[in-house]
Design a protein around this ligand. Structure first.
Ligand code: APR
Length: 234
């Protein structure tokens, strides 16, 4: 008997209870930083040092936080299901909680690549992506090809090369679970719409979310509590 497939679409809310800021909640990252300055292609061109500092700060903070019960319950789904985690998050908490198949749509904070290696629809050769762990990267730090290192992040204004893969995974899922995303940034926000007609869709979020169609079940709780309810529903 083949295992059922679950696609788990996560955003910053799944890491909130680990102590990582979300982007758009009160006090979120975009309340304190202008995303166009620290997380866009233009920002990188204009002031790469500021962008490097922003991600150095995120990487340093990641060193001191731990996965929470929501990450762990998502990882434990793998005992019963084939689980594809498709996250907008750039943190490594899903992996550290034990999830073995994680697709990072917006890149990964612990990774860097030469700035001339473009994040276009052709993607980029993974051999040019380096994991620096939680260490800082500065102007003048270069890849082996002699080019300045940049964050391995999908900046605003850049293509999302893993979108096709993500669409495929969602369309194959028997169950779709959305956890902790305001669904405001496309194309990631439109991903759940590729769910097959027969697949139930659940969303875990303490806030009011626009229920786009009647089949969506809204578990209106924080991720650690909502995941306990979700597991009971399976
Ligand atoms: N548990 C579950 N959900 C939570 C929790 C929690 N403890 N705390 C907050 N949330 C919810 C909020 O209600 C909101 O719906 O998480 C969501 C966070 O939304 P955003 O801050 O917009 O984060 P996200 O949706 O991941 O942003 C998407 O925007 O800036 C870009 O690239 C960045 O990947 C990011 C993308």
């Amino acid at each position: 008997m083949t295992r059922k497939r679950i696609a788990v679409l996560t955003g910053a809310g799944v890491s909130a209870e680990s102590g990582l800021s979300t982007y758009r909640d009160n006090g979120g990252l975009w309340d304190n930083y202008d995303p166009m300055e620290v997380a866009s292609a233009e920002g990188w061109a204009h002031n790469p040092g500021l962008v490097l500092d922003f991600y150095n700060m995120q990487r340093e903070h990641l060193r001191s936080v731990q996965p929470n019960e929501a990450h762990r319950l998502i990882a434990q789904l793998e005992e019963r299901f084939t689980v594809d985690v498709i996250t907008q998050n750039v943190d490594n908490l899903h992996e550290r909680a034990g999830s073995t198949h994680v697709v990072h749509l917006h890149g990964e904070a612990t990774k860097v690549r030469p700035e001339n290696c473009y994040n276009d629809n052709d993607g980029f050769s993974e051999r040019q992506v380096f994991d620096v762990g939680y260490d800082a990267v500065h102007l003048g730090d270069k890849a082996p090809n002699g080019v300045q290192l940049r964050p391995h992040i999908v900046f605003f204004g850049e293509a999302v090369p893993k979108m096709e893969q993500a669409i495929e995974l969602v369309s194959q899922a028997d169950i779709v679970l959305i956890v902790g995303t305001s669904l405001q940034v496309y194309p990631a926000a439109g991903l759940y719409r590729y769910a097959s007609p027969g697949a139930p869709i659940y969303i875990i979020d303490p806030a009011d979310v626009p229920l786009w169609d009647k089949r969506i079940v809204h578990i209106r709780k924080v991720a650690t509590e909502g995941m306990k309810d979700f597991v009971q529903m399976l």
